[in-house]
Design a protein. Structure first.
Length: 415
């Protein structure tokens, strides 16, 4: 079996290492950080006395690669499945509330039910789906949908921000359509929102590390790569801060790092340029005696926050494409975001519960048409070096599903 070195223990690197270990390869997984997970990492916050995620993430029942990964590592039970495609929303400006409820089958009967569809939906607005499906490589979302329609504010804009973390006037129409084609266009059975019951690490990271180790894999934290030495068209050594790791032409090296880090190691590599931030605020709350036991999702309109991830003892607010908030003081943002969450959930706005603000300034690459064209495939100019990451050309947006598929693809090419 091939010896494979995977540099980067985010979701792409973990997925790659899991599939390699399952196939019987000798795997060594490295990360510069003291823990795995990358942007999907979790940690125990002493101030909140809660285990919180670096950033809140949502899976869909359409995410076949993510669900297969969870099944492989024995963590399907760590994900809460509501059993239906239901998405509650609160308009913070008008106070209006509604829930989008999609029927399971492919025929979208829910569109004809005023109690199940997006408010303000007109049948002629559905032409935006047709235009998205036919969008050219240079098209952005606002080229395909009517910005003056109520559906834009109530659906297209929040959907684009959630999926692409890029404003609709800049976001790739093709990437948004790819997500819709795999989920909404297949019916509610593929649109159920799936949320980690405890935290992302408990579902996606910790079981994967245990799986890799149980099959003889080696995991090395605190290993930062400084350079890759090349000989005769192959990587021959990996230069870590701790020293050199030799490679034979038969060995494989998978670079599963963020795009700027990968390009620093492989200077001829073309990668997407520019990023958008995501801001997450976590608030520690006491579980309500009669409150829901399972986590749930609530969409917000007309405010600063975009989504609430509600767990019994933790309420998290996510703000996508949050570049303008990246430098605002936490002392200002936390009360503002809690006020929105409290209003949406009918909770007291004062006092503000203990909170933690996490800013991920490079949460995703800017998912524009130009950057979509810069995404490289898994192969590199070096014969034994492969790429993995949500920024590579998976055809999907930069999501957990895309990261996992990229890791699977790199693993398959290691044989």
């Amino acid at each position: 079996m091939t010896n494979v070195h995977v540099v980067g223990a985010g979701m792409a690197g973990l997925a790659c290492a899991v599939h390699l270990a399952e196939a019987g390869h000798t795997v060594v997984l490295y990360d510069a950080a003291p823990q795995a997970g990358g942007r999907a990492r979790s940690y125990h916050d002493e101030g909140l006395d809660r285990r919180i995620d670096n950033g809140s993430h949502l899976l869909f029942s359409a995410n076949r690669a993510a669900l297969s990964y969870l099944k492989t590592i024995g963590a399907l039970d760590a994900i809460a499945d509501p059993g239906e495609a239901a998405f509650p929303f609160v308009d913070l400006e008008s106070g209006r509330r509604w829930t989008v409820r999609m029927n399971p089958g492919r025929m979208p009967w829910w569109l004809f039910n005023p109690h199940a569809r997006v408010p303000g939906l007109r049948l002629r607005d559905l032409g935006g789906l047709r235009r998205l499906a036919r969008a050219g490589r240079k098209a952005v979302v606002t080229d395909c949908v009517d910005r003056t329609a109520a559906l834009y504010r109530n659906f297209w804009e929040p959907l684009t921000l959630a999926v692409l973390n890029t404003p609709p006037e800049q976001a790739s129409a093709r990437l948004l359509w790819r997500m819709l084609a795999e989920s909404v266009m297949r019916g509610g059975r593929f649109c159920r929102p799936l949320i980690a019951r405890d935290c992302l690490a408990a579902a996606l990271v910790d079981p994967a590390l245990a799986f890799i180790r149980a099959r003889g894999g080696i995991i090395c934290f605190g290993h930062r790569v400084r350079a890759i030495e090349v000989s005769a068209g192959n990587a021959s050594r990996i230069d870590f801060v701790q020293g050199w790791e030799p490679l034979t032409p038969e060995d494989r090296l998978v670079v599963a790092l963020p795009a700027p880090n990968a390009r620093a190691l492989l200077p001829d590599l073309e990668v997407p340029e520019g990023h958008h931030a995501i801001v997450n605020a976590h608030f520690a709350v006491e579980p309500a005696r009669d409150g829901p036991a399972e986590p749930r999702l609530v969409g917000l309109l007309g405010g600063v926050g975009h989504w609430l991830f509600v767990r019994p003892n933790l309420i998290s607010v996510t703000v996508s494409a949050a570049d303008g908030l990246a430098d605002r003081p936490a002392a200002m943002l936390l009360p503002e975001l809690w006020a929105e969450a409290a209003r949406a959930l009918a909770l007291p706005s004062r006092p503000v519960p203990p909170g933690r603000l996490i800013r991920e300034k490079r949460a995703t690459y800017a998912q524009t048409p130009a950057n979509a064209a810069r995404r490289p495939g898994p192969r590199t100019a070096l014969g034994n070096v492969l790429l993995a990451g949500d920024w590579t050309d998976t055809g999907l947006p930069a999501t957990i599903e895309g990261a996992i598929r990229s890791g699977e693809r790199a693993a398959a090419l290691c044989d």
